[in-house]
Design a protein. Structure first.
Length: 538
């Protein structure tokens, strides 16, 4: 066995070298995103929404239930499997290092996705060569190595994976499920069918909307029906196995949270008219289409010029993510979170089409062909990454990381200035509530059923990125969240059309503690006012 391992490493030494280089960059990225706070300790931070899941995971691993606040059962996450993985880290590690452990899993998901994508690429390449005579079937290692690099260098997928969002896990599971579907079609071995069902089932637990990709995968297997009733029955059994994941989570959600759909579904979709969502979604997606247009056009051209079921399958997975992004009305961040997990499928087609196109030009062979292939691939990659280049080169902090550092300081100050009876009211419901051990009030409703059930603000005041109304950030009632509940700490008093700053001057005092500036409820018995040395003007 040792000899087999040595032979494998020798045969794939280029990929392992590239992997080590990627790991080095990823570790530098994680360190760059960390922060030494005023208490002298280094804090690691995920993206703010991922830190919401970390708070659920922390409470779960401490026996308080899968909740944001102990005793309040609201499903304010959309990534059950990722949250459960986070709970393993929070069970064994303190808060800062649990965050680091989650960031490190992002490296695994990125590398896993890249390696699985190579297998899919090889399967696609074989299918394209099947019609050729045996003396014309050539397999060049260079295109697959180049694909490996392109996937690992795609910044949005790296960003979400290394900043703790479920995007990396979803990309890994989708790639694994697709590969298993291809292997089943090719070999008709039932183990691949069961593995495909499990992969897509786990993907569903990662994000429920991945159900759309699973449907396409099962449709891809329907040609096996003509091989006999046995394969039809196996298809039904595989569908039943996948359905167990869907039914299981739905039953759990209803019995534990008392809802059929997660609170985030109500928050983002309920009350928003379909035509309004389409307008917002189309406005949001246009910059993505411009940035990715070069890759999309070449890949789509290759699909149409030399059409095959496998190419249509892979391109369809990417296309579903684009259509779905439009359908839900956009996103709060223009780092292409919804499309990123399917970008490896698009890159697979893109590199294959470029490689095959150059192979058809007699004058372009050998080194010249490889240089042109690199030029085409990196042109596409540069266009998709152009807006993120300074972050990729570690010249700028990762997106919104500066806010995370400010929230760490606020959490430290809150823990030192207030007792356990204090409450904190936040718009950013991740980093600060995770590091501050206090009951939290979510002004934007991810973990508040009342806010999630409100009508969305479509005035344009809670908008951005080509949208008139931003999903997940367009429902709020500050009169309820602040004036009625009176949190001990309030992050801010204005949002969208509601402005409470004038009112707050009579009820809250602005203080400075170390590097944090806080709004604290005047005269609150839960604040140690003796520690407050600096009062700031409004």
């Amino acid at each position: 066995m040792l000899e087999n391992i040595r032979a494998y490493l020798k045969q794939n030494w280029v990929l392992w070298l590239l992997s080590m280089l990627f790991v080095g960059w990823a570790l530098a990225f994680i360190y760059h995103s960390s922060y030494v706070a005023t208490d002298g300790r280094r804090y690691f931070n995920l993206f703010d929404d991922a830190m919401i899941s970390m708070r659920y995971a922390w409470n779960f691993s401490r026996g308080n239930g899968l909740v944001w606040n102990a005793g309040q059962r609201v499903e304010g996450y959309t990534n059950l499997l990722m949250t459960l993985v986070m709970s393993i880290a929070t069970l064994f590690l303190e808060k800062r290092y649990a965050v680091l452990a989650v960031q490190l899993t992002g490296i695994f998901f990125m590398l896993g996705t890249a390696f699985i994508s190579l297998k899919i690429f090889e399967t696609l390449k074989v299918s394209q060569l099947e019609h050729l005579p045996s003396d014309q079937k050539t397999f060049r290692a260079f295109p697959r190595h180049l694909l490996f690099v392109v996937i690992l260098l795609y910044y949005p997928l790296n960003f979400w994976s290394l900043m703790g969002m479920e995007t990396g896990m979803l990309s890994f599971l989708l790639s694994a499920g697709v590969l298993c579907s291809l292997l089943y079609i090719k070999n008709l071995e039932t183990k691949y069918l069961w593995l495909m069902s499990v992969c897509f089932g786990l993907a569903f637990l990662t994000r429920n909307d991945s159900l759309l990709f699973a449907v396409l995968a099962f449709l891809y297997l329907t040609p096996t029906f003509k091989l006999g009733t046995k394969h039809f029955h196996l298809f039904l059994l595989a569908g039943g196995l996948f359905s167990l994941f869907v039914i299981g989570q739905t039953v759990f959600r209803y019995t534990y949270y008392g809802e059929i759909v997660p609170n985030t579904y109500t928050l983002k979709l309920v009350g928003m008219a379909l035509d309004e969502r389409f307008r917002n979604g189309w406005g949001f997606i246009q910059p993505f289409l411009r940035e990715t247009g070069f890759v999309i056009v070449i890949a789509a051209g290759g699909v149409l010029f030399r059409i095959s079921k496998l190419k249509v399958y892979l391109f369809g997975l990417f296309l579903i993510s684009v259509i779905y992004q439009i359908y839900v009305g956009g996103d709060a961040w223009n780092y292409w979170r919804v499309m990123a997990p399917t970008m490896p499928f698009l890159f697979i087609i893109f590199v294959l089409v470029c490689s095959e196109g150059l192979d058809r030009i007699p004058a372009v062979t050998g080194l010249a062909g490889n240089i042109l292939l690199v030029a085409l691939s990196f042109t596409g990659l540069a266009m998709t990454n152009s807006r993120f280049m300074r972050e990729f080169l570690l010249l700028d902090l990762p997106y919104q990381n500066n806010y995370a550092q400010a929230h760490v300081e606020a959490a430290i100050a809150i823990n030192e200035l207030t007792d356990e009876n204090a409450t904190i009211g936040v718009f950013w419901a991740g980093t600060l509530p995770y590091y501050a051990d206090r009951v939290a009030i979510d002004f934007l409703g991810k973990s508040d059923k009342y806010i999630a059930g409100l009508s969305p603000d479509i005035s344009g005041q809670s908008a951005g990125f080509g949208m008139n109304s931003m999903p997940g950030h367009n429902k709020y009632d500050l009169a309820y969240s602040i004036q009625t509940l009176l949190p001990t700490y309030v992050e801010e008093f204005d949002w969208g059309t509601q402005k409470l700053s004038r009112w707050a001057e009579d009820y809250y005092v602005r203080v400075k503690y170390n590097d944090a500036k806080l709004y604290l409820l005047k005269g609150s018995p839960y604040v140690n006012w003796d520690k407050v040395k600096v009062i700031l003007e409004w």
